[in-house]
Design a binder for this molecule. Structure first.
Ligand code: IYR
Length: 240
């Protein structure tokens, strides 16, 4: 395809209130993989993903920004409702900002663990051994905070309804986690609650709500994980 033709297909989706014209349709780029190769690739990918673990113990060893950029670009390939791409990834490496995020998260979690949350909540998280201390928020070289755009916002403040933003952000985060694992790093899906402090600290606009916090880095040399078991295929699937 020539440069000129490509340019004709570029569409600016950044302005949420741009006129919605039909996308030009182009041939799908698809390379058919032979069935035996598909099986090998499927097995290899499952084996790789099955080795992924969430850890709370991070090394402070630096991670190049380009790796985080690539994980975010991978996340940005996610399908989204009406292709509205309702996500913003804020990648934080500044020590002061990470410390402020940690302090605010610990303030909220302290209240959660010491009375705000009901006994059922404490019971549910007890096996994981979590508490109000969140050292991963300052140990990890990167803290990526995902914001969900609850509606589209134009320069003039006009709003556009966004669809399936929870699902879209969930899928994008899944791809982000997979990319991080594939590049040999670890992450943790951290959910401080409530998360309102993140929009304030990170100066996000009114249409963005914090969705998830993901410290990213290398595991600490003594990183530990709970010895948990994943549900089997039989337990998670029904075939008809
Ligand atoms: N968000 C709290 C508690 C917590 C909740 C769930 I659900 C977990 O899977 C793990 C922890 C915290 O981060 O400590």
């Amino acid at each position: 395809m020539s440069g000129g033709q490509e340019a004709a297909h570029v569409r600016d989706d950044s302005n949420a209130l741009a006129p919605r014209e039909p996308y030009p349709f182009v041939p799908l780029e698809f390379v058919r993989i032979a069935a035996p190769d598909s099986l090998t690739r499927a097995r290899d990918f499952f084996e790789e993903m099955n080795k992924r673990r969430t850890t709370r113990h991070f090394s402070s060893e630096p991670v190049p920004r380009e790796l985080i950029e690539l994980a975010i670009r991978t996340a940005g390939t996610a399908p989204s409702g009406a292709h509205q791409q309702p996500w913003t990834f804020v990648a934080v490496s500044e020590a002061t900002l990470k410390r402020r995020i940690r302090e605010a998260a610990e303030d909220e979690e302290r209240v959660n663990y010491t009375g705000r949350m009901p006994p059922d909540w404490l019971d549910a998280v007890a096996p994981l051994g979590t508490d109000q201390n969140k050292p991963h928020l300052t140990d990890a070289p990167w803290v990526v905070v995902v914001f969900r755009q609850i509606f589209g916002l134009a320069q003039d403040g006009g709003k556009r309804t966004y669809y399936y933003t929870q699902e879209s952000c969930g899928i994008a985060v899944g791809l982000f986690i997979s990319a991080i694992h594939h590049m040999g790093l670890v992450t943790l899906t951290h959910t401080p609650s409530p998360m309102g402090f993140l929009a304030t600290l990170l100066e996000r606009p009114d249409n963005e709500k914090a969705f998830l916090v993901m410290p990213v880095g290398y595991p600490a040399a003594n990183a530990r994980v709970p010895d948990l078991r994943r549900r089997s295929l039989e337990e998670i699937s029904i075939w008809k």
